[in-house]
Design a protein around this ligand. Structure first.
Ligand SMILES: Nc1ncnc2c1ncn2[C@@H]1O[C@H](COP(=O)(O)OP(=O)(O)O)[C@@H](O)[C@H]1O
Ligand SMILES: [Mg+2]
Length: 247
């Protein structure tokens, strides 16, 4: 009845008829609740995202799960998309990332979990740089938290809905509240350079988000170092954004 779709470090996903079910390997109820609240919030803002159905606890697996309507999604990745898709994505995020939204879960999450997790990853970047970036991240705490964020807006969490060829955004597992334009900075800072330069040109707020893009590229690099992955592309991207910040 359950058809295994994919297993990741944090989750296991299944297709159950017309339901997409994601079991969280480590998540607690509050994580699921945040994912539910923000996926519904983004849906209400007009974002094309799979409709949340329910969440629960599996007695059999001893894991929390979240159900969405199953969507036929073509994943975008860093090598396989056209520039019109990039433009659509930026347009979508431009609206979302400036809309006011405050809620208790999101606010405490930003200060107590999200920012510290950025710092943990940035510490893996070369010592001097790492310290500098951690100070920058600390500086985010002084900024005004006033908008909803997806929180992990990379091309791994953006696809094309095969039914209508529209961009679809999923995985609100890291969503919450943040500073304006964080998601755009995140998307740019986590993309391959050949796309991020183009995305940067499309961004409505270029210089304002340069520092955030640098932070994100450092965090992505740090995570790759921690996982002992090939860091060539991420290092290039980090150096590029470091230099651009100095200009
Ligand atoms: N509602 C859905 N229907 C079908 N496939 C989905 C749906 N949501 C996500 N997916 C696919 O499953 C993958 C994992 O989902 P995601 O929510 O990103 O989980 P994770 O938190 O493990 O990254 C996605 O990359 C996407 O291809
Ligand atoms: Mg994902």
């Amino acid at each position: 009845m359950e058809q295994l779709l994919l297993e990741r470090r944090q989750s296991i996903c299944y297709k159950r008829g017309d339901i997409f079910r994601k079991y969280l390997k480590y998540g607690k109820e509050e994580n699921i609740l945040r994912e539910k609240i923000f996926s519904e919030h983004f849906k209400n803002l007009g974002i094309n995202t799979p409709t949340f159905q329910k969440y629960g606890y599996s007695q059999e697996r001893h894991l929390f799960y979240i159900d969405y309507e199953y969507k036929n999604i073509k994943n975008l990745d860093n090598n396989d998309f056209d520039k019109n898709n990039l433009k659509d994505v930026v347009d979508i995020i431009k609206t979302v990332t400036t809309l006011n939204y405050i809620n208790y879960y999101g606010l405490s999450y930003w200060y107590k979990e999200y920012i510290p997790s950025l710092q943990t990853a940035a510490k893996y970047v070369d010592m001097n740089y790492g310290t500098h970036i951690c100070e920058n991240i600390q500086g985010l705490k002084a900024k005004d938290v006033s908008v909803a964020m997806h929180g992990d807006l990379t091309f791994e969490n953006i696809g094309i809905d095969r039914e209508n060829q529209k961009i679809i955004i999923f995985d609100f597992g890291n969503a919450g509240c943040s500073i304006p334009y964080w998601d755009i900075a995140y998307l740019i800072g986590s993309s391959n350079l050949k796309y991020s330069k183009f995305l940067y040109e499309l961004s409505p707020v270029k210089t304002t988000i340069l520092n955030c893009i640098l932070i994100v590229s450092a965090v992505r690099l740090g995570r790759s170092i921690r996982k002992k992955e090939d860091i060539t592309e991420k290092e290039k991207s980090f150096i590029y954004w470091s230099e651009k910040n100095l200009l």
